[in-house]
Design a protein around this ligand. Structure first.
Ligand code: PBG
Length: 327
């Protein structure tokens, strides 16, 4: 073979130490945000059927759950509220004693250095399940912005460290930034769900958060999965409006978009490894069809490789545990 020229790439794969030496991407517990579902009531810890290992937890049991997350070295959590008394205008999202506001105050008191990211949206609180106010069978963009601004301010008042608007109305970053600044929260960053697709991968989440739209779909505000340039327009305008983080969601079927966005913006990029991505892995693993740990690590590493700095994932606790075991 010596007279035939070719490259020997296997030299750098020859041992575990060699592979570690040349490894390009890593997962770290520091890079995770763990999403949690807080439900009204007492003594409740309901496993979400389509998301094994993920629970709706009532406030009285929440601190124990959070302690587990905190002790694993995870630095940030995100809250979603699950309530029964919903109305047309999503009042539960922005009242002072809303479920997320209460959870935030409770956890912040006990774990002051744990970052609380507030998902700022109305769909968990509206009777129709849409992310904004409905007029003539569609979401009214500018009316919804007013309520989102109220929601963001009430979350910041409760102690949220990061505001994460996810409802995909035009102008939400500008309006929320303005409202936060007016209310004295100039120091609170905005993590915009800038690039959020109208995806079928949100199914299990809508069960967990009881937030499925009662009519129609979200296609007039969430993005068409066929589009790529549109993602850059969304990211660009949110940067101009003052977003401090840009999120791409979902992650797994949109790794190309994560890379595009990474190449275009200078803010941290967040990938949301959504409920359907979690459910698929869990279901296959429970059937013994894949090796869960290897698949999860490969999947999340692909998001880092695509350019994500931060990963929002229901696997955060599992991965943090595995990383601990390795050290
Ligand atoms: C709310 C919101 C959704 C998710 C996060 N925030 C659902 C939606 O748009 O229906 C989905 C997260 C997941 O699937 O894990 N707007």
């Amino acid at each position: 073979m010596n007279d035939i020229a070719f490259k020997r790439h296997r030299r750098l794969r020859s041992s575990a130490s060699m592979r570690a030496l040349v490894r390009e991407n890593y997962l770290r517990a520091d890079d995770f945000i763990y999403p949690m579902f807080v439900i009204e009531g007492e003594g409740i810890k309901n496993e979400v059927p389509s998301m094994p290992g993920v629970y709706q937890v009532s406030l009285d049991l929440l601190l124990d759950e959070v302690k587990e997350v905190y002790d694993l070295g995870i630095k940030a959590i995100m809250f979603f509220g699950v309530i029964t008394a919903k109305d047309e205008i999503g009042t539960g999202a922005y009242i002072d004693d809303g479920i997320v506001q209460k959870a935030t105050r409770l956890v912040k008191k006990e774990f002051p250095d744990l970052l609380i990211v507030a998902d700022t949206c109305l769909c968990e609180y509206t009777s129709h399940g849409h992310c904004g106010v409905i007029h003539e069978n569609d979401v009214d963009n500018d009316e919804s912005l007013k309520l989102l601004a109220k929601t963001a301010v009430s979350q910041a008042k409760a102690g949220a460290d990061i505001i994460a608007p996810s409802n995909m109305m035009d102008g939400f970053v500008a309006v929320i930034r303005h409202a936060l600044d007016e209310a004295g929260f100039t120091h609170i960053p905005i993590m915009s769900y800038a690039v959020k697709y109208a995806s079928a991968f949100y199914g299990p989440f809508r069960d967990a958060a009881d937030s499925a739209p009662q009519f129609g779909d979200r296609k007039t505000y969430q993005m068409d999965p066929s589009n790529r340039l549109e993602a850059l327009r969304e990211a660009q305008s949110d940067i101009e409006e003052g977003a401090d983080f840009i999120m791409v969601k979902p992650a797994l079927s949109f790794l190309d978009i994560i890379r595009d966005v990474r190449n275009h913006v200078q803010t941290p990029v967040v990938a949301y490894n959504v409920s359907g991505e979690y459910a698929m892995v869990k279901a296959a693993a429970q059937n013994g069809w894949i090796d869960e740990k290897s698949v999860v690590l490969e999947m999340l590493t692909s998001m880092k490789r695509a350019g994500a700095d931060i990963i929002l994932t229901y696997f955060a606790k599992d991965v943090a545990k595995w990383l601990k075991e390795e050290n």
